[in-house]
Every structure is written in C-alpha cells, then in structure tokens.
Design a protein around this ligand. Structure first.
Ligand code: AMP
Length: 186
C-alpha cells in the first residue's frame, strides 16, 4: 500500500473512532436483547454532525445523485442535510397514513417486529438517480423495502448510505447488488 492510501485509511479509521464516541449504546431498548444505537448524542454535537455529514458525502464522490430518499424518522436528520449539501430534492419515506397524496406501499420485516412504509407515487420519476439514506443498517429489511418502492417507480439506486451498519446482521447481503456506504461499522 502506498503512503497516500495508508494515510487515507488511517484518517478513515480516526474519523470512525471519533464518530463512534458520539453514539450511545442503550441496552435492552426497545426490547430485551437489543442494543439500541442512539444517535441523539451525535445530533447534540455540531462538530459530530459535521464529521458524520462529511463522511457520508465522501462516499459519494463522482456519483451523480438526483434525489435523496430517507426513512422516517431517524433517517430524516442526515437525509435532509445530504439533500441540501448535494442541492437535490429530499423525498421522505413514511409510516402508513402520514403522506397525503397517492402512495406506493411496501411491507417488510424488522430486527424487532414488522412494518409497512410508504412514499408518494410521484416523488420519483423513471431514470432518477437515487441515494437512499437511513441511520442504521441492521437486517436490511427497511432499506430493502425502500429499494423496492424506488425501483417500482423507475428510480435507479446509486447508493444506500447509513450512519452505521451492524455487520453481524448481514444487511449488506440483503441489499446486494446495490452499493452500500456506512460512516461506521460495528
Ligand atoms: P433493519 O430493517 O433491520 O435494517 O433495521 C433498520 C431500521 O431499524 C432503521 O430505521 C433503524 O433506525 C432501526 N434499527 C434497527 N436496529 C437498530 C439498533 N440496534 N439501534 C438503533 N436503530 C435500529
């Protein structure tokens, strides 16, 4: 590995460690046995938010994005920041009966339970290049449901990005072949 690549890797590792220090582990929430990755401690730090946003943007270099699609509710924080930074529209994915116009729906399994997500039918146009964002990639069921909705409307998924991914739950496999980027991996 050349010096430039080594330096890049070291910087990425340092950034990851700094970001990890902003995440709070909460044991047995919302159910026994789950370690909840609480990002509110990250949101409280303007410095942490900047480092996280920069990391997410660094994974998008040379990629054209037309719209950012983000998942209710914790995906909205950085989803909106990403859309503003990229100067593209933000598209919310919401729980059922929250969006007022015609929607597409998709059911899916969660790490804890099952759910349905919806997005406005006219939010994506065929050929739109889409970035999907959420806070955590766990089993991948949520992001997979969003991918299915986006693709059913003709959108092309450029990348799914996350503040963090939980590698032991193998969500990356469920999202293949879509490119994944996470600022932090556990
Ligand atoms: P999954 O569909 O299993 O990939 O779960 C991802 C969704 O559930 C995301 O919207 C997360 O906000 C939430 N989630 C799953 N596991 C956790 C966790 N351990 N800590 C915080 N949020 C989680």
């Amino acid at each position: 590995m050349d010096l430039g690549a080594k330096l890049k890797e070291r910087t990425k590792k340092m950034t990851t460690n700094i970001l990890k220090s902003y995440i709070t582990d909460v044991a047995d929430f919302p159910k026994k046995g789950i370690i909840f990755k609480d990002i509110t401690s990250l949101l409280e730090s303007p410095k942490g938010v900047k480092i996280c946003l920069d990391s997410l943007l660094s994974g998008l270099k040379n990629k054209q994005i037309d719209k950012v699609v983000a998942v209710e509710a914790r995906g909205f924080f950085f989803g909106m920041l990403l859309a503003q930074s990229l100067k593209v529209p933000f598209v919310p994915v919401r729980k059922p009966r929250k969006l007022p116009r015609k929607v597409v729906s998709q059911s899916f399994d969660l790490e804890y339970g099952s759910d349905v997500l919806e997005m406005h039918q006219n939010a994506i146009k065929p050929g739109d290049k889409i970035l999907i964002h959420d806070d955590v990639l766990a089993t991948g069921g949520t992001a997979e449901a969003v991918c299915k909705m986006v693709e059913s409307l003709g959108g092309q998924i450029v990348q799914c990005n996350f503040i963090m991914k939980l590698d032991f739950l193998e969500g990356v496999k469920k999202l293949a072949p879509h490119p994944i980027y996470a600022a932090i991996s556990y």
